[in-house]
Every structure is written in structure tokens, then in C-alpha cells.
Write a protein that binds this ligand. Sequence first.
Ligand code: SF4
Length: 484
Amino acid sequence: MRVILSDRDQKDLHYEVECILRMFLPQARIDFAQTGEDAGPQRVTIATGEGEGAENAVTLDLPGFSGEEREPAPASRRDTEASVCRCLYRLLARATGREIAWGTLTGIRPVKLVRELREQGLSYGEIEERFTGRYLADPKKAALCVRTDEVQREAIDRAEPKGYSLYISIPFCPSRCAYCSFVSHSIEKTRRLIPAYLDKLEEELACTARIAREKGLVLQTIYMGGGTPTVLEADQLDRLLGTVDRYFDRSRCMEFTVEAGRPDTITKAKLEALARGGVDRISVNPQTLNNRVLQGVGRKHTAEDFFRAYELAKGFPFTAVNVDLIAGLTGDTLDSFQRTLEQVIALGPENVTVHALTMKRAADMIGEKRERLGGVSQTGRMVDHSQEALDRAGYRPYYLYRQKSTVDSLENVGFCRGDTLCLYNIYIMDETHTILSAGGGGVTKVVLPGNRIERIFNFKYPYEYIDRFGTILERKEKLYAFDL
Ligand code: SF4
């Protein structure tokens, strides 16, 4: 797919135009050229106008489709980009018979946009109009973002000026799920690396705590994720949590979450270790309660394992248990997804998080055929159903994010009952404050004055993390240079 631009100055349109094209044509090879260069048979042409009476014009040529969309040329460059994106979106929707519920909104943090617009003085009504008019978003998505912002406002206000969150990565899993897009290693192959990994992780935690202390930072939340942290044995969890306790001042820490994750790794002894170590929130994630689907996607546990692990967890005084589900797994149907959700709601967990399957995951799953009804995919209907059903059951959306590669660019949403929201999830998506990360695949995100973000990356794979640990510590020392 070649995109022909009438003007060299249109380079600032590249990113958004490519994002819109990818939402509809994820496999397309996209390149940009100027008018006069060879156009090729599949092309988009973009001509932007300036001055009174001028127009922006976008044409699309695909096998079996040719079309054009025009809009009056707006005065500002930013508005020109929005106008071109709307024209292109309409053409792609006509050509493919599909609608993307988020319209031309391509960002992964639409709720952060709501907050920014609210802080600029727009009312929620005006923000919803902005979403539906400027970005062509479905009114339901606009309302969902506003509702999520309402729920998370108070949590964002609780962030202290020198506050930060700590992320601890355990990138090991008992086996690899077919749809996995994370950096995670099956424990069968890497179990022998765990002791060395934990030694290094402890060193990195000690270094992180020292820097945070010297910078006068205040620890507000801790999140241990992966992977599956409960692949660690109870004594390993005891040791790791003891390390956190020894090095970090937790006196102003508001929550400590562990994504226990796979039900087949959860035992009474491990939950005892978590509770002893000060963990107050955990996740138990079945993804689906359809055993056939679980087997098909390589999850080596059953729905019964989930119920057992969930009951076990409820026997501990954790303030919240989260249950993760995925909409759109191979072999799942709308009926079966609805049954899963009904069973989860009947258990009444404090949090439920519904993820939409990502394209990468979908592509990895063989024989994938995704039905559509009225331009909406089955995954889209599952996502809509989850939001309606959880709303009826009294849950509130408290954080939301999108991933570039999700089926139909759909969103992932965390829901909570009452005030049981997870602050860490909000802070990381809103980029409220700095996140210091430790462990393989961890990304430290430093939030600086003027909303500037700097990132420090750890090596992804456990063997790299262990073998090149000196570099990890050197990178961490860069934190001293920032105005934290
Ligand atoms: S449990 Fe999560 S991180 Fe682990 S293999 Fe499955 S999808 Fe990947």
C-alpha cells in the first residue's frame, strides 16, 4: 500500500495515517511517496488545502474499490491531521465493511486524553462530543472513557508529588499459552535459572531502593507481575518478599499486588507466604471457564482448578482478588464467553479485568476465522457484553488501555466493586508518576516535569538478565541524573 502525499510538509501525517491503515489492513506493507512517484495499484492519495474555500481530499484505491472523501480544509495543522484521518477512516470503513468503535482515536491511553481535556476546562459532555465528532468514536466508547475517568480521579489525586511505584518482574510461566505475547519463559526449560535470577533480582532491588531513598522518593504501590510470580516456591516467595521488606520503606505504600495468575501454580503455602509478606491484592486468572477452550490455547489447567484456587485465595484476608478474562480466544463463542462471565460474577470477585485478544495472539492460533455481524466482530460483541453485564452487576470501570495489535483495536478494561481499584494499574496507564522496575523485561518509566517520559529498559530474557547484569545496574544508575 503506497500513500502518496501532495506536499513534503505532510510528513507529520505519516504516523497517524499509518495507524489508521493498520487498524483496517494489519498485514499491509505501507510506504510513503510524493506526488509524481510511481503510485502502484493499491494506494491512498492525500491532498491538503489551505485558505478560504480550500478542501482536504483523500482517495483510496484497492482491488474492487475506489473512492474519495473530502472535507473543508481547517485552519490549523493539528485539525488538518484530524480531518485527513476522518476522510481515510470513512474510505476504509466503506472498502472493508468494518467499523472500528474507537474511530480515528489510535492512542493506547484514551482515558488520559479525557483527563487532559478535563484539565483544559472541557466538561464531560464536551469531551464526549470531541470523541464522537472529531475522532468518530462510538458514543459508547466515549461514555466508557468518561466513566473511567470519573472513577480514577480520586486515585490520581492520591499520588504524592515525590511518589513512585515499584514493579517486580518474574518472567517465568509453567507452560506457554498459545496466545502469549509477553516475555515469558516456560519453567520446564528455565527452572534451573530461577535461583540465579532471584539472586540478581535481589541485588537490583537493593540498588533501586538505595536510589529511591537518596532521591527522597515515596513508595506508593508495589506490583509483582510476569509471567506468573507463583511459579516460585513458597520459600522463594518468602525470601523475595523479605528482600522487599528489608530494603524499601513501605510506611506510605498503599497497596502490594501480586499477579498470581495461573491457577495451577497457586497453593496454600504460597498464599501464606504472600500474606506474610504484606501482599494485599492478588489475581487468579482463568481467562475462560470453558475447558475445551483452555485446552485449545495451551493453558494447562481446568475451570475446576480456577474455582479451587479462587476459594483458597478467598480464605486469606486479601483486600481484593482480581479475575482476568480474555474475549475472543480461539474456539470460544459469545454464548460460552457469557457463561464464563456469569460464573465469575456469581463468585463476586472485587476486580474483573476483560482483555481483548491481540492480533499477534490471534495470528499464532491456527485456523482462526472471525465472524462478523453488521461490521462488528464476535470479539467486539463479547467486549460489549462484558461491559453491560459488569455494569448491571454493580462493577465500575476503573482503568482502560488499548494495544496496537488488538482485534478491531478493542480495549482492555479493569472493573472494580466499590473502592477496590488497583492504584498501580491506574498510575501506569495515566503515567501519573515514575515506575521503577526490577527484573527481566522490566521497563523503568521516569515521569519528569512537563510530562516528559524517559525509559530505562532491562534485558528481556532471564539468561540475558543474569549474564549481563552489570549493564542493568549501570543503566539503573542513570536515575541519579534525573530531576526526580
Ligand atoms: S500465563 Fe500469561 S505470561 Fe504466562 S505464558 Fe500464559 S499468557 Fe504468557
